[in-house]
Design a protein around this ligand. Structure first.
Ligand code: IPE
Ligand code: IPE
Ligand code: MG
Length: 227
């Protein structure tokens, strides 16, 4: 059976879910989506997963209307405020990837505070990708390497990425029906098993997650070699 350490999820379909439910505002989908994150995080912790990386806001999502962006930022702040207790109770470490410098001071402080309070835990690490884009991350890493003035090898480059020291992504899931990576973990997903589902993120269940894990465990991963 495959050893599973790291699952990454592109949580897509919140807006379409809200529309389908007859809500006037897309934001209702984001709100319900946040509760799915909570349930799945508890489950991931219970099954002994090491890393759960969730795409919360991309570098491209700034193109959205300002009220939606403001709501998403507010929701992130509210989520962290509320979930600190969950992290503490379940021994979950909280980390982020992405360029946080563009976020408000209040949100940056909340993120920092949550990281510090959970840094000592060694169970599941929940990694939120906030203002994250792979191209941005890779460019920042390249520029760090250039500043050092030394050539880097694969391990050296890995260490310059936001995901430094995290294992590569074993399973990459995208909900919402589209078959693309939307600038998410392009380097880290080099050998991920990809799973696409039509389920919209607010409808995603632990049962569906477990079905994906079961499929993953049956896959023969060759990494370019032969078995
Ligand atoms: C994903 O859901 C959440 C974020 C990008 C923040 P969307 O908001 O993209 O929902 P759809 O894809 O428009 O339905
Ligand atoms: C990807 O979803 C980003 C997140 C889930 C945060 P998008 O809805 O932004 O992706 P595209 O625009 O369909 O590629
Ligand atoms: Mg979308």
């Amino acid at each position: 059976m495959q050893k599973l350490k790291h699952v990454a999820i592109i949580m897509d379909g919140n807006g379409r879910w809200a529309k389908k439910q007859g809500f006037m505002e897309r934001i209702k989908g984001h709100e319900v989506g946040a509760s799915v994150v909570r349930d799945l995080t508890i489950h991931a912790s219970n099954i002994g997963l090491e890393y759960l990386t969730l795409y919360a806001f991309s570098t491209e999502n700034w193109k959205r209307p300002l009220p939606e962006i403001s709501f998403l930022m507010m929701l992130l702040d509210k989520y962290l405020q509320k979930e600190l207790a969950l992290f503490m109770e379940n021994g979950i470490r909280f980390e982020t990837i992405g360029d946080l410098s563009k976020l408000s001071d209040t949100l940056q402080k909340r993120i920092q505070d949550t990281k510090e309070k959970t840094a000592h835990f060694d169970g599941l690490t929940q990694v939120l990708a906030i203002n994250y884009g792979s191209k941005d991350e890779i460019l920042r890493a390249v520029n760090k390497a250039v500043e050092c003035g030394e050539k880097v090898d694969e391990a050296g480059f890995d260490a310059l990425l936001d995901t430094q020291n995290k294992p590569p992504v074993d399973i990459m899931i995208r909900t919402g029906g589209d078959h693309r990576l939307s600038n998410f973990l392009l380097w880290q997903a080099a050998y991920s098993e990809l799973f696409f589902t039509d389920t919209l993120w607010p409808d995603f269940t632990i049962k569906e997650f477990d079905t994906i894990v079961k499929k993953f465990q049956k896959v023969e991963r060759r990494f370019g070699g032969i078995k």
